[in-house]
Ligand binder design. Structure first.
Ligand code: FAD
Length: 467
């Protein structure tokens, strides 16, 4: 029987990063993946393909502004969706191949098949050809991720009533895409098809889209997306989603008890994701699963079985690739006797629409609820020379700082390239910077990053220079 120091179950960003770090630290490591491609949700049906389509559709949408830049396009410009989807798939294949390369480079044994616990130190791998192999593991890291969730009364047929997985490989641009759930995934994919010519309606139970983020971000994003033509039905509770032929009818009740009816040719159900432990037989190893379906872990990501750890979407916390990666690294280092730490408050959240939305730390709503005295400084992108040069005028940066100490407590931004700009805020907050610290650092001119400096100036005695 093959025996390993560490066996990782699941090859998403949590699992494969954890396997690499384990191998770097000298552990004999194996990784089990039930699909034939490595990389998990993120690489195959999540982060990477959605960003590839956002990128392609962004290029298409930009053509409408070419004339403003003095670029004349003659002849018909049209979308070849088949090619766009094929390009996305090529990006996915290349990236997944890159993970395989990293496994080989680090001498990690890759086992294809469904991993399930025989007991706490033995994992069976059921392969596609019907055979099974049992391996021995001193330690196991569960990184089995998540799957799209739905509502009990919706039956997802994967043709017209779809999840994000199908939305990444449609064969036609919908005429009217009705999106159920205005969270990150729904809004990103909504913008893809809006740009490609679909009518897009978003039905959201809460009173605003991207409800987990600061209210000011959701307000600005709603304003921009409305301008682009997206329709919103917030504070609407979906009651039924029915398909008849090519027509999908969504009924939802608003706050006044009135029922609205939306007819589309596709409905994307993006109401969140559920932790995935199907077939894992966690109980055989004494691993507890919570009522919400998450694997229960302590602060060291250790499960109720002392040699078994769990990371990523299958445990509590934000369902984000970089959170899974941090946890993967942390467990490997714990196993090596190190003392790593993750500050969960400093895991940034990003929406890859254009303008991009990005945030780290506490929102104004959270600070108010916690009774923290804070001050706020904002700066609009339209006041930046760089934003005017590229006509990316929407958005702002908002910095929230402690009223007494000036320590930065939260940074919230919407605008061009904020997905990348947020890294500056993470670094600053990791080092407990004050708003004044940021305001006194030189930011290259002209850049979008100047909005961060200006917002920091605004947060410290209203000293912004360019408004
Ligand atoms: P996963 O990536 O879900 O990987 C789990 C793996 O385990 C899968 O490959 C699965 O097949 C395998 N597995 C499960 N059970 C078994 C078993 N018993 N045996 C063997 N293998 C098994 N996050 C971001 O940070 N940024 C983004 O831009 C972003 N965009 C997204 C867009 C979409 C459309 C979606 C759906 C998600 C997006 N996410 C994004 C979320 C991100 O994909 C997840 O947070 C991330 O993939 C979680 O990583 P993980 O390693 O925990 O699990």
């Amino acid at each position: 029987m093959n025996s390993f120091d560490v066996v990782v179950i699941g090859s998403g960003p949590g699992g494969y990063v954890s396997a690499i770090r384990c191998a770097q630290l000298g552990f004999k490591t194996a990784i089990i993946e039930k699909y034939s491609t490595l990389g998990g949700t993120c690489l195959n049906v999540g982060c990477i393909p959605s960003k590839a389509l956002l990128s392609s559709s962004h290029h298409y949408a930009e053509i409408a502004h070419f004339a403003d830049h003095g670029i004349e396009v003659s002849g018909e410009v049209k979308v070849n969706l088949e090619k766009m989807i094929a390009r996305k798939q090529a990006v996915v294949d290349q990236t997944s191949g890159g993970v395989k390369y990293l496994m080989d480079k680090n001498n990690i044994t890759v086992l294809e098949g469904l991993g399930s616990f025989v007991d706490a130190t033995h994992v069976a791998v059921a392969k596609a050809d019907g055979t099974s192999e049992t391996i021995e593991a001193k330690n196991v890291i569960i990184a089995t991720g998540s799957k799209p969730s739905s509502l009990p009364f919706i039956s997802i047929d994967k043709e017209r009533i779809i999840t994000s997985t199908e939305a990444l490989k449609l064969t036609e641009v919908p005429k009217h895409l009705v999106i159920i759930g205005g969270g990150v995934i729904g809004i990103e994919l909504g913008q893809v098809y809006l740009r490609l010519g679909a009518q897009v309606s978003v039905v959201e139970f809460m009173d605003r889209i991207i409800p987990g983020m600061d209210g000011a971000l959701s307000k600005e994003l709603t304003k921009v997306l409305k301008k682009q033509g997206m329709k919103f039905y917030t504070s609407h509770k979906v009651q039924s989603v029915e398909r008849a032929g090519d027509v999908v009818t969504v009924k939802a009740e608003n706050a006044k008890g009135e029922i609205i009816t939306l007819e589309g040719d596709y409905s994307l159900v993006s109401v969140g994701r559920r932790p995935y432990t199907d077939g894992l037989n966690a109980e055989n190893a004494g691993v507890k699963i919570s009522e919400r379906g998450q694997i229960e872990v302590n602060d060291h990501l250790q499960t109720s079985a002392s040699n078994i750890y769990a990371i990523g979407d299958v445990v509590r916390g934000a369902m984000l690739a970089h959170k899974a990666e941090e946890e993967g690294t942390m467990v490997a280092e714990i196993l090596a006797g190190q003392k790593p730490h993750i500050d969960y408050n400093l895991i940034p959240g990003v929406v890859y629409t254009w303008p991009e939305v990005a945030a780290v730390g506490q929102t104004e709503e959270q600070l108010k609820a916690a009774g923290v005295a804070y001050k706020s400084g904002s700066f609009p992108f339209k006041a930046l020379g760089r934003a005017r040069a590229s006509a990316d005028l929407d958005g702002f940066v908002k910095i929230l700082a402690d009223a007494k100490t000036d320590e930065v407590l939260g940074v919230h931004m919407i605008g061009a390239r904020t997905a990348d700009l947020i890294a500056e805020a993470v670094v600053a907050m990791e080092y407990k910077a004050s708003a004044e610290d940021i305001s006194r650092m030189s930011h290259a001119h002209p850049t979008f990053a100047e909005a961060i400096k200006e917002a920091a100036l605004a947060a410290t005695d209203n000293r912004a220079l360019h408004v």
